[in-house]
Design a protein around this ligand. Structure first.
Ligand SMILES: [Zn+2]
Ligand SMILES: [Zn+2]
Length: 140
């Protein structure tokens, strides 16, 4: 089980269930909402989500793929804890930085890198990860 919390600590969640895939995404939307070069996230079944504390706000935006991506974030400190896609409502992309405990992050190396066309030249590819020019969506 993974526990996730935001910067101010108002929101705390747990996710139960097996990791479906680990992703590093270089899309422009990930850049914007994270404020960094890319995101790292872990795809987990939404059925395993349990809210321990707080109420996350949501922000929905149509992605390049035409799917609607919804961010679940803290209305107080702004941390995005997970995102969901209209493409597959059974999963959540849990942002790796919100997960508490170093071990999950240590084990969080991406299995697939998305939108590598946007990856800055000074950032190395993850050699073991599948490289995708654009998106890649896990099937239902
Ligand atoms: Zn917060
Ligand atoms: Zn992205």
């Amino acid at each position: 089980m993974l526990e996730s919390s935001c910067l101010c600590g108002t929101n705390r969640l747990t996710f139960d269930g097996d990791i479906i895939v680990r992703m590093r995404c270089h899309c422009i939307d990930c850049r914007k909402f994270s404020g960094s070069t890319n995101t790292n996230n872990i795809l987990l079944p939404i059925a395993g989500l349990k809210i321990l504390q707080g109420t996350l706000r949501t922000y929905a935006k149509e992605a390049e793929t035409g799917n609607t991506m919804t961010s679940y974030f803290c209305g107080n400190c702004g941390s995005t804890l997970y995102r969901r896609s209209s493409f597959n409502d059974e999963v959540a992309a849990v942002m790796i930085g919100g997960i508490d405990g170093l071990q999950t992050i240590e084990n969080g190396r991406a299995d697939v890198e998305l939108y590598v066309k946007n990856r800055p030249s000074w950032m190395a590819a993850i050699q073991e990860a599948q490289q995708e020019q654009g998106t890649w969506l896990p099937k239902h």
